[in-house]
Design a protein around this ligand. Sequence first.
Ligand SMILES: O=C(O)CCC(=O)C(=O)O
Ligand SMILES: [Fe+2]
Length: 369
Amino acid sequence: MEEYHRWQSKDITDAAHPTLHQQGRKILSKLVTVLSRSSESVPSWPRGPELKHIIIIQDQSTGHLSKGDSDKPDMSHVITDLSEARRNGDHTSIVNFLRNGPANHTPIEKLLKLFPLSGDSSGEKVLQIGALTIPASSSGLDKVNLLPNLVEDCTEFVCERKTEKKKSDHDSLLPWAWASCLVPIGAITGPHTDYCGSSQLIQHIEGRKLWLCWPPTLRNLDIYLREHFSGLTTFSTEDAIDRLEGLELLLLDDEQTCFILPGGTIHAVLTFSKSCHTGLKLCRIEDLDVARKMYKIESETTKEENLDDDMFLHNQDYFKDLKEELKLWDELRKKSKNKEVNEEIRQWIGVVKNFLKIHSKWLFRKIRT
Ligand SMILES: O=C(O)CCC(=O)C(=O)O
Ligand SMILES: [Fe+2]
């Protein structure tokens, strides 16, 4: 596989920390073995058997492409967003790829001091920092109409909007809540799911990246989520290649591909050149089933008496996301014309609200002890 050799190129060996570089080599070598061994070829984009799970949104339906090249998103939009966020004193999630550490909230001011995006081979310490949730701003990415018409017109989807109310025009709707990632060359993101069942619309902007994606089958969710919620070990990309079913690959580079990661998709990413993409949370009726599956595993794993301090914090993020997603579910319920769907979502919201109530009682007890 070409990417295995690309990973050994001077650009990447110079920029990536030796530990990360070695990790990438092992992942790609495992991938090559699995690809050559399996009788069925792995669905891949842009070349290879058709994808079964990841949804590629074709160019014609993308607003910015139909308006001509000058309106394409690029990294400078995201850098503008970053400085805008810094002026507002915002925080963003950053990740130190070297530790594969959890993304945490960091003032942008501090992030900018840490940020040699291309990796710095001259120093002793090579920081591999990426910024993961840079909010789009009116002087940056919001200038580009990124939302594919397909999504805008559809009554079966809802996309997340910004929450802040600082607009002068009160009647118009708030802009979409795009959040962008700047990722350095040689970075590796291990397997994870984002959100609690919602999908993610992703617009690739720049850089060469290999996305490994696994569908949220009951088996995959069971293996991955139980390990994740237990908080005991990290589930590596190699583990995922060995143990999860239904792998699909996306190799993105110059083409500004737009795609949907359906809710619960487990994904891991290798970055071959400094890169940039943006994402938007998207709730689809099809995601309800996955949201329920994820919730079931979560509630079975999370019993108050089993939660030590670390695990408790670990699970906090899940509850926060779940609460946020209820707003989208409710919006989708109001939009849906199908009575049955409407009722199903209503019940789902009830179940989650109940669970969140129990959880806040745990939290209260935890704080008091
Ligand atoms: O680019 C990466 O390394 C990770 C991106 C990712 O997981 C995401 O945008 O959801
Ligand atoms: Fe992700």
